[in-house]
Design a protein around this ligand. Structure first.
Ligand code: GLY
Length: 364
């Protein structure tokens, strides 16, 4: 028997997120009734799983339905216009109509691409997202941000397009490597610091248990993190305000990812970014010392990195300065007034930023 929790995203285009073990079998019932054709977008590593998904969809949807598979490169290699064009071609050749549906089955990059393809085909068809990574479940698949990269930067082309439903089957995480699992879990820790302290308490009670995908603690922390994202995007779908808190640890984190030519896992970079943001909050006189230390203790207990090259600061600052152009010309950091009390720190003094960086610099 499967048991799942339903988390609702409200707003103009409401949808449900089903979280649980073995919930993949609910996929046929989550597709729109109108869908005669379904395109499953998946990476090569999930070819066999996508073929079984296709067979079970055909079984349960009945006669007259067509299920197509589009295999796309994994990770950022899939978020290219040529790959989107390949998906559009498959849809065009199958006479995909506005009442048909796309399933995004894979990690965050695959669900971003599938969402984008769905958002743009005939000005928008339904998408059901089935994320297969921790990062995909707690972040990419929830909130309707879809997009692809261009030569000039990541996610420069895209659309806000709410999915029809999201299915987070925790069984899909059993085969993930530990490093990938823990890196994705950095976003769960972030949810703990900005919104749900219960996550922090569960990790402190047993870090190994918390990142064991078969444990109750893992499931609970995943539900809390997905619940946090659902609440935030329900209130602020288009990132006009509250949604910005999700960038906690990301301003420096993105600069580190850029410095590492995107060879680092996102979660490793934002782990350092969160320690930096906590130190910035502390040095700005907002966050108590013990709350900043709690960042190091929790992230360190999971084996996530806490420091970065001391000499990298000028390059990181320059990257952050360039990035700020897309956000109104001023550097903005999400900082904490306390645990679960995020706020914006705008245009902080460079000397304060440098002092906070010294706290994460490796040569200390
Ligand atoms: N990943 C940040 C957001 O969804 O807004």
């Amino acid at each position: 028997m499967t048991e799942s929790t339903t988390i609702c995203v409200t707003g103009a285009d409401p949808y449900d997120i089903r979280v649980g073990r073995g919930v993949l079998h609910e996929l046929p019932s989550l597709l729109p009734e109108s869908a005669r054709k379904v395109l499953v977008v998946h990476p090569p590593t999930l070819r066999t799983a996508a073929e079984s998904l296709r067979a079970s969809l055909l079984d349960s949807l009945g006669d007259g339905r067509q299920v197509l598979l589009a295999e796309v490169p994994d990770a950022e290699a899939g978020k290219r216009v040529e790959v989107a064009a390949f998906c559009w071609q498959v849809m065009g050749q199958a006479d995909f109509t506005r009442t048909d549906a796309v399933v995004g089955f894979g990690g965050g990059a695959v669900t971003d691409l599938a969402g984008f393809v769905a958002a743009t085909w005939l000005r928008g068809v339904a998408t059901v997202l089935v994320p297969t990574t921790v990062l995909g479940m707690v972040d990419a698949a929830v909130g309707g941000k879809t997009g692809i990269n261009t030569a000039e930067g990541k996610n420069l082309v895209g659309a806000f397009w709410a999915p029809h439903a999201v299915l987070c089957d925790l069984d899909l995480l059993d085969t993930l490597g530990r490093n990938e699992l823990v890196a994705g879990y950095a976003e769960v820790v972030k949810a703990g610091f900005i919104w749900a302290p219960e996550i922090l308490e569960l990790i402190e009670a047993g870090p190994e248990h918390a990142v064991d995908p078969r444990s109750d603690a893992f499931r609970r922390t995943m539900e809390l993190a997905i619940g946090m994202k659902a609440r935030v995007v329900s209130e602020d779908f288009r990132e006009a305000g509250l949604r910005e808190i999700l960038n906690y640890g990301h301003t420096l984190g993105h600069a580190i990812e850029h410095a590492e030519r995107y060879q680092w896992r996102h979660g490793a970079a934002i782990s350092i970014g969160m320690v930096f943001a906590a130190e910035l909050s502390r040095l700005a006189g907002r966050l108590p010392d013990d709350a900043a230390q709690r960042h190091r203790d929790i992230l360190g207990s999971l084996g996530l990195p806490l420091s970065y090259r001391a000499g990298a600061w000028p390059q990181l600052l320059a990257t952050m300065q360039r990035d700020k152009k897309s956000r109104g010309g001023m550097l903005r950091f999400i900082v904490l007034d306390d645990i679960a009390k995020p706020t914006v720190l705008q245009a902080p003094d460079e000397s304060l930023l440098f002092a906070a960086y010294q706290e994460v610099a490796e040569s200390r």
